[in-house]
Structures are given as C-alpha cells and as structure tokens.
Ligand binder design. Structure first.
Ligand code: HEC
Length: 208
C-alpha cells in the first residue's frame, strides 16, 4: 500500500515538475510583489499594488515645505516604502539602482477611536499615493513622478512640475529625501553619496 502510494506520489511529482518547467518563462503570479515597474500601452504607470509588502523607510507627520505650512484643516501622515531589491542595493552602495520605486502614501490622521485618549494614529483613509521611479532608459532625467488618485494607473507628472525642482535641489541622495529616512542617511554618509547641494544646505547656519 505504501509502495503504491509512493509510486503515485512520485508520478505526481514528475508531472508537476515537467509542468513547472515551461511555466518558468511566464510572468510571475499576481500575488508576488512586482519586481519591476509596469506601464500601460499609453505610457501610464501601473500602481505597484503590493508596495505595503516592501521595505518601510519612514513616516512623516504634517510635514510642510513652506514656512507658513499648508492649512489642510486636518492632520496627515505620509509613509514611504521602497521595493526590496532597490533597498538591498542601497545598503551596499549608498545610492539607488535602476528600476527603484519609492512610494509615498498619505494617510489622514485621527485621534478618536477605541481606547485612544491623546495623540494621533493613522486612519484607513489614504490621501493619495505618489510614486518616484528610476527608469534610466525610459526617462531623460532618469527619474519620474506619478500621482495616483483612485485609479490604478497614472500619467507621468510633467517635468516642469515643482516635484522635480524641489527634489533636485534639496534631496540628499539622487533626488530622494534620504535625510528624512533615518536608517538610510548613515549609509549614504558612510558611502559618500550625499548630493553636493544637500551638503551645502546642511552646512548652512539655519539648519544647525
Ligand atoms: C518643496 C519640496 C517638495 C516638493 C515640491 C515635492 N516634494 Fe516630494 N518630498 C519632499 C520631502 C521633504 C519628502 C520626504 C517625506 C518624508 O520624509 O516623509 C518627499 C518625499 C517624496 C516621495 C518619497 C520618495 C523620495 O523621493 O524621497 C515621493 C514619492 C514624493 N515626494 C513625490 C512627490 C511628488 C509627486 C511631488 C509633486 C506633485 C512632490 N513630491 C513634490 C519634498 C517635496
């Protein structure tokens, strides 16, 4: 009986093995995190839906990029994630490889719920998802920004937008804001990959 069962099992194994070989060339299944950026035929970026399984870099709270601040009437968190392949390369080199995808997820803050009495936590409500992506062959400036609303695809934000100039002039490494990603900044420092413009700014008295 056991011998028969073994033979059947072996047969099944052989069948599944031979089945497996041709399928290796097929694209990965939908449940795996997407390793590469995917675009539609009309050059829109597809939302990397599994970004929540990527490497977590930081959470900003009510960050604002002008002295007056933005009057939004509510508080907001922003969470930053990066695809694991790019993260691993950054740890070794201090900078981003081709096909890096960074996702910034905005979430409305809330203070009222369950046992919470003080402080804020992140609500289930996302407030936009933005992607910063390095695709050297595709974008003349190597990097591009995409902003997702409710749709699963997004058009590239034109290079004349403020996204590009602010990231270019103030971000610490290769147009990304590594100065706000606490585990990455020491790596960039030790690998000497900090942008000259950032180093100059970091030396300015206002920053001390
Ligand atoms: C005035 C400066 C400024 C402008 C303009 C700006 N950003 Fe950023 N961006 C930042 C800062 C600062 C961070 C770091 C956020 C954090 O630490 O949570 C950031 C982080 C990001 C990230 C995370 C990855 C990275 O590159 O560090 C994305 C994605 C992003 N911004 C998209 C955009 C898009 C899209 C626009 C334009 C619609 C934009 N940003 C405009 C300052 C700016």
């Amino acid at each position: 009986m056991i011998a028969i069962a073994k033979t059947v099992l072996l047969g099944l194994l052989l069948i599944s093995w031979t089945d497996f070989l041709p399928s290796r060339t097929e694209p990965s299944t939908k449940t795996e995190p997407s390793p590469k950026p995917e675009y539609t035929a009309d050059a829109q970026l597809k939302l990397p839906e599994h970004y929540r399984e990527w490497v977590y870099l930081t959470t900003g709270f009510d960050m604002s990029y002008n002295p007056a601040g933005m009057e939004m009437g509510h508080h907001m968190f922003d969470n930053v994630f990066v695809n694991p392949e790019a993260y691993k390369a950054f740890v070794v080199t201090g900078t981003w490889p081709d096909k890096t995808m960074l996702v910034l997820e905005g979430r409305r803050a809330t203070g009222k719920g369950s046992i919470n009495q003080k402080g804020n936590y992140q609500s289930g409500e996302t407030m936009g998802i933005e992607v910063h992506i390095k695709d050297e062959a595709r974008f003349p400036g190597k990097w591009a920004f995409f902003g997702f609303g409710d749709a699963k695809t997004a058009k590239m934000i034109p290079t004349t937008a403020a996204c590009y100039s602010c990231h270019e002039s103030h971000a610490a490494v290769d147009t990304t804001f590594v100065q706000f990603y606490p585990t990455l900044l020491p790596i960039a420092k030790s690998k000497n990959t900090l942008a000259p413009a950032y180093l100059k700014e970091a030396d300015a008295p206002a920053q001390k």
